[in-house]
Design a protein around this ligand. Structure first.
Ligand SMILES: NC(=O)c1ccc[n+]([C@@H]2O[C@H](COP(=O)([O-])OP(=O)(O)OC[C@H]3O[C@@H](n4cnc5c(N)ncnc54)[C@H](OP(=O)(O)O)[C@@H]3O)[C@@H](O)[C@H]2O)c1
Length: 218
């Protein structure tokens, strides 16, 4: 098996660092991206497993698959910054459109979802998939069985399948969630999970699809 090089834009943060660490541990060459190369190199050195660090643009430029893990407020500017470096590539957007302070309330953007917004910013020359909206980063960052499903959305089935495989390699269970437009449901679910965390004192609620799923041919 050949492992594509992965860039994690915003990989110095909670979710990005955890994803980068899990993928690197699974054997993928991973480059952590940051607004500052030094921050990226520092984070990469701390996480080990051969991780490298670079600016977001350099990381995106060097990778085949680019995972974007920045806050909603930084989504537009971050995507605009990497746009010239991701044409023809697979971009995985993890953005949940949380609008502080009311993060327990579903507040989807006018475009319908953060994923559709990302596709609009990057244009049709990029294959956009969204995923990882419902996984608690602090759990992902630990060497434990998170026991969580990852719904993966995108209009290109093969591209979705590549991201399902990444989730599986991270020790999660990736599941096809259908078209990119369906991403709104998982993005909205995060506000409900945050509400559940607070209401029931859960340490990072996640989702699990019940029933016996028959594996599909990827
Ligand atoms: N945390 C979770 O459990 C979780 C779970 C599911 C989905 N998500 C989603 O994943 C995304 C990342 O979440 P996170 O908790 O990892 O975020 P975070 O730690 O707050 O930020 C991630 C990185 O984004 C960059 N960044 C922050 N503010 C920025 C700005 N104004 N402009 C440009 N870059 C900025 C920073 O990197 P540099 O300073 O190095 O550039 C930062 O390390 C969010 O959209 C979130 O909703 C998070």
């Amino acid at each position: 098996m050949t492992f594509p090089t992965i860039a994690v834009v915003g990989g110095t943060g909670n979710l990005g660092a955890a994803i980068a660490w899990r993928l690197a541990r699974a054997g993928y060459p991973v480059i952590i991206g940051s607004r500052g190369a030094e921050s990226a190199e520092k984070a990469a050195a701390e996480l080990g497993h051969g991780l490298r660090g670079a600016t977001n643009a350099d990381a995106a430029s060097a990778a085949e698959i680019v995972i974007v893990t920045v806050p909603f407020a930084a989504q537009d500017s971050t995507l605009a910054g990497i746009a010239p470096h991701v044409v023809g590539k697979l971009v995985v957007d993890t953005t949940v459109p949380l609008v502080p302070p009311k993060v327990m309330r579903v507040q989807l953007p006018a475009e319908g979802s953060a994923a559709l917004k990302a596709q609009a910013v990057l244009g049709e020359g990029v294959t956009l998939v969204s995923a990882f909206h419902n996984v608690a980063a602090h759990k992902l960052a630990k060497d434990v069985d998170v026991g969580c499903d990852v719904l993966v959305f995108g209009d290109d089935k093969a591209a979705r399948g590549r991201v399902v495989a990444l989730a599986d390699a991270m020790g999660l269970r990736g599941l096809h969630g259908g078209a990119l437009a369906n991403s709104a449901a998982a993005e909205a679910m995060t506000s409900i999970l945050i509400f559940l965390n607070k209401t029931y004192k859960v340490d990072g609620a996640g989702i699990r699809i019940t029933g016996d799923l028959v594996p599909i041919e990827e």
